[in-house]
Write a protein that binds this ligand. Structure first.
Ligand SMILES: [Zn+2]
Length: 557
């Protein structure tokens, strides 16, 4: 029996992760990916078995400790969050290392529970082998190194993906290799503090960035003849509306766009900037502004769009609408904004609206059912956004109803949103920038599929967003008019962060050198959006240029 103790311990360790492996197997289905997965799994298992038979005790102990720590880290994360540890989360966790004491205390029970499985692995490797494998010592030592190297190569080529379902104790060690590579090429690093020069006085007015959700630039009346009434066509009393027309999004997925809007990543350097440079909140505080984040999409303090807890601490007021129906949350955001614009405190306000993400069946009240026939009502009242497509088949008729429901939603969440703000808010002492995170594929060309955005091969409309500046009558900050004609239908999300910095009083030459051109300058933008945003390590981003001649607009109803 004792002769098999090692195998028994290692076997039990693997069994403790059986759910994790089986889940991956089920997701893979039958085919080539399964064969490749099984091949790598087998190689990694053999490597584990070999390292457990290294004869030199000190070397064996060292590997035992490394794998123990690695699996413990992986398992605790999984137990605490019920989520798979991805590479980018791993990187964030490393940078929140300062809170390790807190985490250790808070999660001590999970840590204790996870140690049971991890100890099986520790002893499975560390126990003196009762058998002498007919292999030279160096081959036994090289085996786990080759295992980690193999997995590192796979993950490098796949931007950190590919370890899912493989023996867990390899994953964090592999991530550590990738991290070392990225640290050496400075695409990751500790977050910098604000060093851009700015004028001495504090900003005396509000700066607001309103980021809508899934509002395609081609569906609003500011850009298309039969577009939905946005109430942005005319300037309200007390402010001037500058319409920059069609703009290119950062990417066609919410999180990618939002994180870049908050950190200022540029087309050529967004990975480094987004992960190591100061956030918009840091710049705002340095300029004397109070920071407010209104998230109409999530509730219960949940963070989204790649916001971390440490970023959360840079926000003075964090607003969500916990008990508010999804349909009314943009109106609640409008109400909150009206309060903030009237409170005599200079603030940076960043809003993630509900907008018009799938499902749009119930995102507007009955009074706003102007476009018919729309999607059936009543099924999705509590859902902000989802990947589920029950009851929606993606046939031409379905999409026809979808576009009508979408337009009704815009009438409410864009048109009524601005109507209320323009009627009730104090506009004279604020600059507001309005855009959407990305556009939509509403399948106008009869193209098949159920998705509206975020795919790898998008139509141009997915990257097409509105871009509007609303400047209070009391302000003479920037000369928007000067470059408006040249920048209209030619600028992008990438011009927003530098515009915000310029509004905050940071020096133009210095900010441009890092973040590119603000809307006050001739933007000369490339007018592209990124369809492969998570292109770290071995991958390159993929830029899709928007040709406005291809854009489909709504027809008269
Ligand atoms: Zn989105």
């Amino acid at each position: 029996m004792a002769i098999y103790l090692k195998e028994l311990l290692l076997g039990l360790y693997l069994l403790s992760h059986s759910d994790y492996y089986l889940e991956r197997l089920a997701a893979l289905g039958f085919g080539v990916p399964l064969l490749l997965f099984a091949g790598v799994f087998a190689v990694l298992l053999v490597a584990l078995w070999l390292v457990a038979h290294v004869r030199l005790a000190a070397v064996r102990y060292l590997f035992a400790l490394l794998f123990f720590a690695s699996t413990l880290f992986f398992d605790v994360y999984n137990r605490v969050t019920a989520d798979y540890l991805t590479y980018s989360t791993f990187v964030s966790l490393i940078y929140s290392g300062g809170f390790i004491d807190e985490a250790f205390y808070q999660y001590r029970e999970s840590i204790l529970r996870s140690s049971v499985g991890a100890l099986l692995l520790l002893f499975g490797i560390a126990l003196a082998p009762r058998r002498r494998l007919p292999l030279p010592e160096y081959a036994l030592v090289a085996a786990p190194l080759c295992g980690v190297l193999l997995l590192t190569t796979i993950l490098f080529a796949r931007s950190g993906e590919g370890a899912r379902g493989l023996p867990a104790m390899y994953t964090p060690l592999t991530y550590l290799n990738l991290f070392a590579y990225e640290a050496a090429s400075s695409t990751v690093g500790p977050r910098e503090t604000v060093s851009l020069p700015r004028h001495a006085q504090a900003v005396g007015h509000d700066i607001v960035l309103i980021v809508d959700e899934s509002v395609s630039g081609n569906y609003l009346d500011i850009n298309a003849e039969h577009g939905v009434r946005s109430n942005l066509r005319q300037s309200p009393p007390g402010a001037t509306v500058y319409n920059y027309g069609y703009a290119a999004a950062i990417a066609n997925c919410s999180a990618d766009t939002n994180v870049t809007l908050r950190y200022g990543g540029t087309r050529s350097d967004y990975l480094r900037i987004n992960s190591t440079m100061p956030s918009i909140w840091q710049y705002a505080r340095k300029a004397g502004l109070r920071t407010v984040y209104i998230d109409a999409q999530r509730v219960g303090g949940r963070l989204q769009n790649l916001m971390t807890r440490s970023e959360r601490r840079e926000i003075d007021e964090f607003v969500q609408f916990d008990h508010m129906p999804v349909r009314d949350r943009d109106m609640a955001a409008a109400q909150k904004l009206i309060e903030l614009l009237g409170n005599d405190t200079a603030e940076l306000v960043y809003i993630n609206k509900i907008g018009a993400h799938f499902p749009v069946h119930d995102k507007y009240p009955d009074d706003f059912m102007h476009y018919r026939p729309a999607l059936p009502r009543g099924q999705y009242a509590d859902i902000s956004d989802t990947g589920e497509r029950d009851g929606f088949d993606g046939q031409a008729d379905d999409w026809g109803r979808y576009r009508n429901a979408y337009k009704n939603t815009l009438l409410w969440n864009v048109g009524e949103f601005f109507a209320r703000i323009f009627a009730q808010a104090r506009l004279d002492n604020a600059v507001m920038i309005y855009t959407s995170d990305h556009g939509q594929d509403l399948h106008e060309r009869g193209n098949p599929g159920l998705d509206t955005h975020c795919g790898g091969d998008p139509v141009v409309e997915e990257g097409l967003v509105p871009l509007v500046v609303i400047q209070g009558g009391g302000l003479r900050d920037l000369d928007w008019q000067r470059e408006l004609a040249g920048n209209k239908d030619r600028s992008s999300h990438y011009n927003i962060f530098p515009t915000l910095l310029q509004l905050m009083g940071y020096e133009l030459t210095a900010l441009q050198a890092v973040y590119g051109k603000p809307l006050s300058q001739h933007t000369e933008d490339e007018f592209t959006f990124n369809t492969r945003f998570n292109a770290r390590l071995g991958e390159k981003p993929n830029w899709k240029r928007i040709d406005l001649k291809e854009v489909v607009t709504p027809v008269l109803q």
